[in-house]
Design a protein around this ligand. Structure first.
Ligand code: SF4
Length: 192
C-alpha cells in the first residue's frame, strides 16, 4: 500500500489551544475581565464533570468563569429559538421537527427538533471527522454556499524549506492534503 510521508504535513491536536483558549486567556489577563461561555454539560464528559464540580460559575482561582448554559440541552436551545422566533445564522437553516427522532415529554409524544442546515459548526475550514460524513460533506457544502471561502481553503499551499506543506498567500492548500489522503484511502474518503 502507498504511504503518505507524514513528515510533509505538520499535524497536531493543539488547534483549540492555539486559536481559541490562548487568545481568550490573553484577553482576560490584559483586560481583567472574566469569560462567559455558552458550553453545555451534555457536549462532553469533560464539560459534564466540570459542571458537576463547579456548577455554572467558578469564582475561584485564575480560571474564574461563568457558564450559564451548562444545564441546557441542544433540544432546549432549539425549542427556545423556535418558540421565540429568533434569528440564527443562515448556515443552520431552519429549526424544524425531526421526523426520524421522537421524544416523550410526560405522556406527550413529540418530534425532536433539528436544523435543516448544519447541526453544529466549528472552525470553517476544520477537517476533523470529515471522512465520516454521510450525504453532502462539509467541503462540498462550503463550495455550494461559500465559494470564495472554499477557494481560499482549497487553493494555494507550498512546501517550505523544511519540506513541510504550509498555507501561502494563495490559500490554505487543503486540496493537496485531501488528495494525498484520498490516494491512500480511496477517492471518496474525503469529498470536496
Ligand atoms: S473546530 Fe476543528 S479546527 Fe477548530 S478548534 Fe475544533 S478541532 Fe480545531
Amino acid at each position: 500500500m502507498e504511504r503518505i510521508d507524514k513528515k510533509q504535513f505538520d499535524v497536531c491536536d493543539k488547534c483549540c489551544d492555539i486559536m481559541k483558549k490562548k487568545p481568550a486567556k490573553a484577553y482576560a489577563k490584559s483586560s481583567g475581565k472574566k469569560p462567559i461561555l455558552a458550553v453545555m454539560a451534555e457536549e462532553s464528559k469533560m464539560r459534564l464533570d466540570k459542571w458537576l464540580q463547579n456548577g455554572c460559575n467558578a469564582y475561584e482561582g485564575k480560571d474564574a468563569k461563568s457558564k450559564p448554559m451548562s444545564f441546557w440541552t441542544e433540544q432546549d436551545v432549539l425549542k427556545y429559538i423556535k418558540e421565540n422566533n429568533l434569528k440564527i445564522a443562515s448556515v443552520y437553516g431552519d429549526v424544524v421537527p425531526d421526523d426520524e427522532q421522537i421524544c416523550f415529554e410526560g405522556c406527550e409524544q413529540t418530534n425532536k427538533l433539528t436544523t435543516t442546515g448544519c447541526h453544529r459548526t466549528g472552525c470553517i475550514f476544520c477537517g476533523f471527522g470529515c471522512h465520516l460524513e454521510k450525504g453532502e460533506g462539509r467541503f462540498e457544502r462550503l463550495k455550494r454556499t461559500h465559494p470564495k471561502q472554499y477557494a481560499y481553503c482549497m487553493n494555494g499551499g507550498e512546501y517550505d524549506e523544511r519540506g513541510l506543506w504550509i498555507p501561502n498567500k494563495q490559500g490554505l492548500g487543503m486540496k493537496h492534503v485531501i488528495d494525498e489522503l484520498n490516494k491512500l484511502y480511496g477517492d471518496d474518503f474525503i469529498r470536496y
